[in-house]
Design a protein around this ligand. Structure first.
Ligand SMILES: NC(=O)c1ccc[n+]([C@@H]2O[C@H](COP(=O)([O-])OP(=O)(O)OC[C@H]3O[C@@H](n4cnc5c(N)ncnc54)[C@H](O)[C@@H]3O)[C@@H](O)[C@H]2O)c1
Length: 266
């Protein structure tokens, strides 16, 4: 690896699994000190232990990204341990599947609280630190589900659309303070989340999701971590307010069938 995050401190929510964990591992390899926040202390501890074994410095905290006290505590943990925050990755998200008319208010509120309010809180509490430092990079994990609709995911669609536009507002407000704010829009990534959402049909849904992608496979968490690393590093120094899609070509397609036979590939 390149050591491009040497001397940086990175805080990552939802880093006990999937995309967040892959991002924590990647950042540590690049020389960053890591602070992991996750609803599951067990998962956070496991990822932290794995990273620590490589010689990197890492802290973890069991917290709920939707809870202002949890979001604030994560920032304090980073400041207590390392005295600075250079990178904030607001990655925790939550979805429930139901047709719109069957979504309970409780379910709607929880999806919005974790996915959208959690992103807001993560930025709210790290921005004063970054402004004092005069620099910082924030990357929010949005989704292609924030740019178009999915059957049965309307609360998640609304929350992720909010994350994308919140990213833009945060970017323009903070550009003059040396802080960049961007988001990634992953497509279908092979993590625990789609497994949980798919329930007893998870394997069939994974196969169908892979087949829907022009690249004919699901993405891997590492492939999203690479995009997050780019946006968090100085490699993207002129990029702010952007939403970078990493979806194996899924949203490049109108969805129409081919107008002529392309053989077995289309
Ligand atoms: N997997 C996909 O296909 C996909 C696609 C687009 C976007 N995303 C987004 O990527 C992000 C990460 O998802 P993933 O696929 O890696 O899922 P994952 O289930 O593998 O990991 C999510 C982690 O977040 C933690 N978490 C959940 N709610 C939390 C909360 N309130 N506070 C703190 N931690 C919490 C979980 O404990 C878990 O460790 C989410 O925002 C998700 O919406 C995922």
């Amino acid at each position: 690896m390149t050591g491009k995050l040497e001397k940086r401190v990175a805080v990552i929510t939802g880093a006990g699994s999937g995309i967040g964990a892959a991002t924590a591992r990647r950042f540590a390899k690049e020389g960053a000190r890591i602070v992991i926040g996750d609803l599951s202390g067990k998962r956070a501890d496991a990822v932290a232990g794995e990273i620590q074994a490589t010689g990197a410095r890492v802290e973890w905290l069991k917290m709920d990204a939707a809870d202002p006290d949890g979001a604030q505590a994560l920032v304090w943990r980073a400041m207590d341990a390392f005295g600075q925050i250079d990178i904030m990755i607001n990655n925790a998200g939550y979805a429930e599947v139901a047709p719109l008319e069957e979504i309970t208010l409780e379910s709607w509120n929880r999806v919005l609280a974790v996915t959208l309010t959690g992103t807001f809180l993560g930025m709210k509490y790290c921005l004063p630190v970054m402004r004092r430092q005069g620099s910082g990079a924030i990357v929010n994990t949005a989704s292609i589900s924030g740019t178009a609709g999915d059957y049965g995911l309307s609360s998640y669609n609304a929350a992720k659309a909010g994350v994308i536009n919140l990213t833009r507002s945060a970017a323009i407000e903070n550009a003059k303070f040396g802080i960049r704010v961007n988001c990634v829009c992953p497509g279908t990534i092979d993590t625990r989340a789609p497994q949980l959402l798919g329930g007893d049909r998870a394997d069939e849904i994974r196969r169908r999701q892979a087949a829907a992608n022009p690249v004919a496979r699901m993405g891997q968490a590492d492939e999203i971590a690479n995009a997050i690393f780019f946006l968090a590093s100085d490699e993207s120094s002129f990029i702010t307010g952007a939403a970078i899609t990493a979806d194996g070509g899924l949203t490049a397609h109108t969805g129409l069938p081919p107008f002529w036979r392309l053989g077995d590939s289309a």
